[in-house]
Design a protein around this ligand. Structure first.
Ligand code: ZN
Length: 316
């Protein structure tokens, strides 16, 4: 009999024992447990991976599939949609990866842009290729002044953080009152399902393939955002094709389990490897506007069968 996890929930502080679900992995050598808070329903890693395990995970070709032209086009479309017509201010992209999205925002908006990124290879690329002002490390370690930014962009980052509550508090602190937080993240109630299915069918720990450490249900993320000092302006759900597949309502590809199968821990090199970022034939600007528009044509509200949530939040 395995002892229950008694520590307070890192999201809602509920101190009751947590339900242990199944083991899950960041690599073949780094195996943890997935637990669920009985109060708020958040599922999360216990123990949390340490810095060395996370560094090894993100070194394993994490940026290799990032597509420069698509990200830059997305950044330009984003700036046209969200920043055009507003007085230029300071824009921060947290988890800016190789900086291509941020460069697209800079080209189009006239805003002063900055980035934060943990992955050394991504930071190197963003600085050398675009000359961007990118802090290498966590958001907290950047120690930006209070109320410094008018717009903070956080795209698929919160679920990777080891301290999501502290991370959102820091986003709120560096935003000017009335400033905007753009937050996209997976629907935790949907995102964890393929992990559970893999474990059920294979009897072995699945790989948390994108490095997600937290799986937030809609109610828990809404409450957390409000308690962190944000008013919810818009909330939408998209990613229904993948969401339906996760829920077992749409067939999966034949070899879907491959990406959930843990691989050996790669060695972490002393110097960050250069990125051979993917590039290709550029599309028209209308194409990028259309791609972004498709995200916003997801359903209003938070829906269990969609994989992705999008929030536009005001710092209050
Ligand atoms: Zn909780």
């Amino acid at each position: 009999m395995v002892a229950p996890i008694e520590i307070p929930c890192p999201i809602c502080r509920d101190a009751r024992p947590k339900a242990r679900l199944f083991p899950l992995a960041l690599s073949r050598e780094h195996v943890y447990g997935l637990v669920r808070c009985v109060a708020c329903g958040t599922r999360y890693f216990r123990p949390l991976p340490d810095a060395a395990a996370l560094a090894a995970f993100y070194h394993s070709g994490y940026f290799a599939t990032f597509h420069v032209d698509k990200l830059a086009g997305k950044g330009r479309a984003f700036a046209r949609r969200h920043l055009a017509g507003r007085p230029a201010g300071r824009f921060l992209d947290v988890g800016c990866a190789i900086g291509a999205f941020l460069e697209g925002v800079r080209q189009t908006s006239g805003w002063q842009v900055q980035g934060v990124e943990l992955g050394a290879s991504g930071v190197k690329y963003a600085r050398e290729k675009y000359g961007l002002d990118v802090h290498h490390g966590s958001l907290a370690s950047a120690a930006y002044p209070t109320a410094h930014f008018q717009y903070v962009h956080v795209n698929n980052v919160l679920e990777h953080e080891t301290d999501p509550v502290g991370f959102l508090a820091e986003c709120r602190r560096i935003l000017e009152p009335g400033g905007t937080l753009f937050l996209s993240l997976p629907n935790g109630d949907n995102d964890w399902r393929p992990l559970a299915r893999y474990y059920r069918e294979e009897g072995r720990p699945p790989l948390s393939k994108d490095g997600h450490l937290f799986f937030f249900p809609p109610s828990a993320i809404r409450r957390l955002l409000q308690e962190s000092g944000f008013a919810i302006r818009h909330q939408r759900t998209y990613g229904f094709q993948r969401g339906l597949a996760n829920a077992g309502l749409r067939p999966r590809k034949r070899h879907w389990k491959r990406v959930y199968t843990p691989r050996p821990t790669p060695p972490v090199p002393d110097t960050p490897p250069d990125i051979r970022a993917v590039s290709g034939r550029p599309h028209s600007e209308a194409y990028y506007d259309f791609r972004l528009w498709k995200i916003y044509t997801g359903l209003p509200g938070l829906h269990s069968l969609g994989l992705d949530f999008l929030f536009l939040l005001t710092a209050v």
